[in-house]
Design a protein around this ligand. Structure first.
Ligand SMILES: O=C[C@H](O)COP(=O)(O)O
Length: 303
């Protein structure tokens, strides 16, 4: 069944163009959608120079993602607006868990040889177990692109099953690294295999490939999620990640999810935006909505 899957490229591109070209909502509707976007962000730092202190700062930003006075002006100060999670490298999980221990915010860890996934299987499994032991309740694994590109779907399924087992109760998000899969057909197949192997979410990219989250690829993955739901009754989440930086892009992503998957997916349980610098622009747009002016850089703490 997996081998017979084919994707109509032209239809995908046309649909993506249509969604991208739609008018964006304005004023209070835009502010409300942007706040919804904030609650779906996996606030991320995945850099070689990460330290306990920049992870601490990230966690504080995740707890209070938009300035209190701005939320108060919108009567949203007591609605518990936080990001969905923070996402870090395995070595920084303990730092994030310590800072977030009094909040409900989950810590997500990338694992399995992120971003390339080119370490031995046992090392990748060990990395998952270690991140879970340190307190991560969400694990973002990367698939083995070698297996996908050589059509070894059953072997890929078996690997992801092992990651699933290593995750235990932690939610597993499976990163397809779509920019390295070559074709939409491979993206659809990889999505299906990842869902069949027990992924809670499928995620587009690591943020480290040359091409990351694009709207056409999102259409392909969303259709796979929808078809999987129709076949099994099981809802799998979707996480675009990599290169998502502006409030405008956030609005397009939300519109795409609403149209392709429906309102059930418009919640952090089933939708995440993986981003390291998107929040700053959203907060800037909210500042503009509330005050009528654009903020100077010193007026908004950096995410
Ligand atoms: O998983 C999240 C991505 O690595 C974030 O990518 P970004 O730094 O381009 O926002």
């Amino acid at each position: 069944w997996i081998s017979n899957i084919r994707v109509n490229t032209q239809a995908v591109l046309k649909r993506a163009q249509h969604i991208q070209g739609q008018k964006i909502c304005r004023n209070q509707w835009q502010a409300a959608w942007l706040l919804k976007g904030v609650t779906c962000i996996d606030l991320t730092t995945l850099a070689g120079d990460d330290t306990p202190s920049n992870v601490h700062r990230l966690c504080l930003k995740a707890i209070q993602p938009v300035r209190y006075d701005l939320l108060k002006k919108m009567d949203m100060h007591n609605k518990g607006v936080t990001t969905a999670a923070v996402c870090v490298y395995p070595s920084r999980v303990a730092d994030a868990v310590m800072l977030l221990k009094n909040s409900n915010l989950p810590v997500a860890s990338v694992a399995t040889g992120f971003p390339a996934g080119q370490t031995p299987l046992e090392t990748r499994l060990q990395e998952v177990r270690r991140a879970v032991a340190d307190g991560a309740t969400e694990i973002d694994i990367v698939i083995n692109r070698t297996l996908a590109l050589t059509g070894q779907w059953k072997a890929m399924f078996d690997e992801i099953r092992q990651f699933r087992e290593a995750c235990g109760d932690a939610h597993m998000k499976t990163i397809l690294a779509v920019g390295e899969l070559g074709t939409f057909t491979n993206v659809y197949k990889a999505s299906m295999v990842a869902m069949m192997a027990g992924s809670d979410f499928i995620k587009t990219s690591t943020g480290k490939e040359a091409v990351n989250a694009t709207y056409p690829v999102a259409i392909v993955m969303a259709r796979a999620i929808r078809n999987y739901f129709l076949r099994t009754g099981h809802k799998v989440g979707f996480k675009p990640a990599g290169g998502i930086r502006t409030a405008q892009e956030c609005l397009v992503w939300l519109a795409l999810i609403k149209e392709e998957l429906g309102n059930d997916w418009l919640s952090p349980h089933l939708f995440r935006l993986g981003a390291s610098s998107l929040l700053a622009d959203i907060e800037r747009q909210i500042y503009h909505y509330v005050t009528g002016q654009y903020a100077a850089y010193n007026e908004l703490p950096i995410a």
